[in-house]
Design a protein around this ligand. Structure first.
Ligand code: ATP
Ligand code: LTN
Length: 328
């Protein structure tokens, strides 16, 4: 039987963190055998907020390298950079023309991100979910594995696809989001009321995948907890709950086991044990990354292969769209 298709994207807006890994990348790696996969470094999404060109170039490569280091393999998955496949921008324009403004006004991520920027907000940031819909729809995607924050965008994509199919005839597959039952929303260390985020200015809020053991220990030591003592999963205690959830995701123990393991221990002990767990979990990925970064030409070769394979698929879809619309 033909495998179903998975598509997901990740921005080059900064350094990858534990939220990206536990909410998204780790699932991409474990699911990849069952599907045909496209993983895209979405540099065109990244420029919806101002970026320094040199840093963008560097981060795009770092993100792609980390995907391979985490275990994405070319036998199952195509990794490519969004701007290398021009059909993404072409389809985004077309979808713009059938997407009601009202649908975009409802997007909570835009509301959050634009409130930080005030009058500097770009049209691109507003239009961001339409470009994301183009990404997904070009590949006849069935499943979109993402963190919780992206659920609304995938639902919007589905609505856009349905509208296009209704207006111009069956063209797009309707995708579903896949959100992990645990780990879909890893919270910040200093502010556990907000999700851990690449573009967060306070760097001690996130554990980055390439952080050194000392950095990890220091950040966890300073992580916000509360004035209570017992170590339990409790959503009303966001700091401790988040630390325990990360521990759960990395050790794959169940919640009862974890609570009894930490019974009678204090926050300092929890943080120290978690730090060692994080360090050990990231070690293989970091070693792979440094090895791969030392192999000259490897990444360029993988990305140009990726763009070629993705480009072929995307090209055939955009041609079909042009036909349906009467543009050819
Ligand atoms: P930015 O801060 O620039 O918006 P980001 O950290 O949110 O970046 P993205 O590149 O937008 O990261 O997201 C890549 C993937 O990681 C997405 O599937 C997203 O849902 C997931 N993700 C991001 N942050 C978290 C988090 N804190 N917990 C779980 N998943 C997350
Ligand atoms: N908006 C997503 C990144 C993204 C994406 C996609 C995810 C762009 N295109 C297509 C899934 C499918 C984010 O900010 N995490």
């Amino acid at each position: 039987m033909d495998k179903k298709t998975v598509f997901s994207g990740i921005q080059a807006s900064g350094s990858l963190h534990l939220g990206n890994f536990l909410g998204a990348i780790r699932n991409w790696v474990t699911m990849q055998n069952e599907f045909n996969n496209y993983f895209c470094v979405v540099d065109l999404h990244t420029i919806t907020v101002p970026q320094d060109p040199g840093t963008l170039r560097e981060k795009t490569r770092e993100v792609a390298g980390l995907l391979f280091a985490a275990g994405i393999i070319e036998e199952n998955s195509v990794v490519f950079v969004q701007s290398h496949v021009k059909a993404h921008s072409e389809l985004a324009w077309i979808l713009n023309c059938i997407t009601p403004m009202g649908w975009l006004h409802r997007m909570t991520q835009f509301k959050e991100k634009s409130s930080k920027q005030k009058e500097e907000v770009s049209v691109g940031l507003f239009d961001y979910p339409v470009l994301q819909a183009a990404d997904i729809l070009l590949y006849d995607t069935h499943l979109v594995p993402v963190g919780e924050d992206q659920k609304q965008h995938v639902e919007l994509c589905r609505d856009i696809a349905q509208r296009f199919n209704y207006l111009y005839g069956e063209t797009f597959v309707l995708p579903d989001a896949f959100i992990p039952p645990v780990g879909g929303r890893v919270m910040g260390l200093s502010n556990p009321e907000k999700k851990m985020s690449k573009s967060e200015e306070k760097k001690e809020d996130s554990i980055f995948l390439l952080d050194t053991p000392d950095q990890i220990r220091k950040k966890l030591k300073k992580a916000t907890t509360d004035s209570l003592k017992d170590i339990r999963f409790d959503e009303n205690r966001p700091g401790v709950n988040n630390l325990l959830t990360v521990y759960q995701l990395l050790t794959e123990k169940n919640r009862e086991e974890i609570e009894s393991h930490f019974e009678g221990k204090n926050y300092k002990e929890l943080k120290e044990e978690l730090a060692e767990t994080v360090i050990e979990s990231l070690r293989p990925l970091q070693e792979n990354y440094h090895e791969l970064a030392g192999e000259e030409g490897y990444l360029d070769q993988m990305l140009s292969r990726g763009a070629e394979i993705a480009g072929e698929k995307a090209e055939s879809k955009i041609n079909q769209v042009w036909e349906q619309l009467g543009l050819r």
